[in-house]
Design a protein around this ligand. Structure first.
Ligand SMILES: *Cc1c(COP(=O)(O)O)cnc(C)c1O
Length: 461
């Protein structure tokens, strides 16, 4: 074994090889040094456990190849592009909404050039970074003003911290939600320093429950949209409209966390409806919060719209400074919102809506091409079929509603596991992410944003 160890090249020797092969010029000295050391360490361990070094230590051409492969891999951006074939259009783990062309362009401009972010061009003086978006949201929703922060979780925190610190917030027991990524209403309340007052029961809450809980220390009556679950059966809840009336009687503002929220009526596209921001404004809700990267189809952001006086207080709170968005996000959000000024074009201009409304015939056409490609590659081992899929919006919009879709499914012919094939698809240069169900791998086309490059990707199988 000692002889084997002695046969290994020194780090200096490896570095010299890397130098000759231009690896240092290409990848940088420190990366190459680290890689050489790691390779040698691996070799020593393999000698210890298997009494021989890795095969590529046999000659310098193989060794160079191994180094290059590792260096390339280490350099690969890890937040890399993937194909979303999960059937979940707004997939939080895959980055939620894709940006529209307009939003991408606006963001690029904001990255490359100085922009009038907090500068009023008419007056030539300082203005507020949410100013333009606030005007736009007022036009789109009927709200008096708006405030934009990092995400909707931050929006909820800011509303509570600004108005409800050391005070009470009344909320139904049926709405104490937890959503993915550790967002829990009771925890956010605790962080904001306010006291949660639960009323009603899990399945039924009445207006009288809220009324009984109101006292001189009540900051808000709060509604939270049950994004990722549904309570069905013998149920009852109180609408924002009713709460607004009650709130006015006692001069207590009403706030609502819509989660996804929608600025357009999804029913017109035959999609499961989601509460609309405009409607809540009309009902007189004082503050309404929703996400930028869910159904709105823009960048990650938390948007609060509502009464001018309250929004002004949010803007003035020190936490707003902590939670504010950067210029790129604001530019992308403004451009996204501008698309809503021409709602008749939204299914073309907004990628999320484009995916959700793609006709089944179009998905089937793509499915057929993908099926024949996969049959060609995998036909001996897998049965490739086109099946009706059941996609979903995702990100807590209508958790039980399914949207008709088309999927290419793959089932092992001789006991091959779908997990093995899934691993191969995930190892492609642009990984393909499907889902496993009923012992088959499902590639659902409803959520696939780039069907042309998908075929090119799959050709590498
Ligand atoms: C998604 C969601 C949130 C969190 O929104 P983020 O933008 O992800 O921070 C909060 N409340 C509800 C009801 C949600 O659905």
């Amino acid at each position: 074994m000692t002889a084997l160890f002695r046969q290994l090249p020194s780090t200096d020797k490896l570095l010299q090889l890397a130098q000759e092969e231009q690896l240092i010029a290409e990848f940088g000295r420190s990366a190459v040094v680290n890689c050489c050391r790691a390779l040698l360490q691996e070799a020593r361990e393999q000698i210890k456990s298997q009494q021989n070094p890795p095969h590529f230590f046999a000659d310098s051409a193989l060794l160079t190849q191994a180094l290059r492969r590792r260096l390339t891999q280490a350099q690969q951006v890890k937040i890399q592009s993937v194909h979303n074939l999960t059937g979940t259009v707004l997939h939080t783990n895959l980055g939620r909404a894709l940006w529209s062309e307009a939003a991408q362009n606006a963001a690029l401009t904001a990255m490359r050039q100085n922009v009038a972010l907090e500068y009023d061009l008419q007056e030539g003086k300082r203005s507020h970074r949410d100013h333009y978006i606030s005007e736009l949201l007022a036009e789109l929703t009927g709200a008096e003003a708006a405030c934009v922060v990092n995400n909707n979780a931050a929006a909820v925190l800011l509303m509570l911290a600004t108005f409800a610190k050391d005070k009470e917030v009344i909320i139904s027991r049926g709405e104490l939600i937890e959503i993915g990524g550790a967002f829990r209403i009771p925890d956010i309340m605790a962080q904001a320093g306010c006291k949660l007052v639960e009323v009603g029961t899990t399945n039924r809450t009445h207006l009288a429950d809220y009324r009984r809980a109101i006292n001189e220390n009540t900051a808000f009556l709060m509604k939270v949209h049950s994004s990722n679950y549904q309570i069905c059966g013998f149920t009852g809840s109180v609408s924002e409209q009713e709460l607004v009336e009650l709130g006015q009687e006692f001069s207590v503002p009403v706030i609502t966390d819509l989660g996804s929220g929608a600025l357009t009526d999804l029913a017109q596209y035959h999609l499961p409806p989601e509460p609309m921001v405009q409607e809540k404004c009309r009902q007189g809700v004082d503050l309404i919060s929703f996400s930028g990267d869910k159904l709105l189809g823009g960048p990650q952001a938390g948007i609060i719209v509502g009464k001018k006086a309250l929004i002004a207080q949010l803007q003035a709170h020190p936490l707003k400074r902590v939670l504010r968005c950067d210029k790129v996000i604001l530019a992308g959000l403004e451009a996204t919102l501008r698309l809503y000024l021409q709602p008749e074009h939204l299914t073309q201009t907004l990628p999320t809506l484009n995916l959700l409304t793609a006709p089944l015939a179009q998905l089937t056409q793509h499915a057929e091409k993908i099926k024949s490609l996969l049959e060609n590659r995998l036909g001996a081992d897998y049965l490739v079929q086109i099946e009706a899929g059941a996609a979903q919006i995702g990100s807590g919009s209508q958790p039980l509603a399914r949207i008709p879709s088309v999927a290419v499914t793959l089932e092992g012919k001789n006991g091959q596991k779908p997990t093995a094939l899934f691993a191969r698809l995930k190892a492609l240069p642009q990984p393909v992410i499907g889902r496993i169900e009923h012992n088959k791998l499902w590639l659902d086309l409803r959520s696939a944003a780039n069907l042309d490059t998908l075929r090119t990707t799959l050709e590498a199988l």
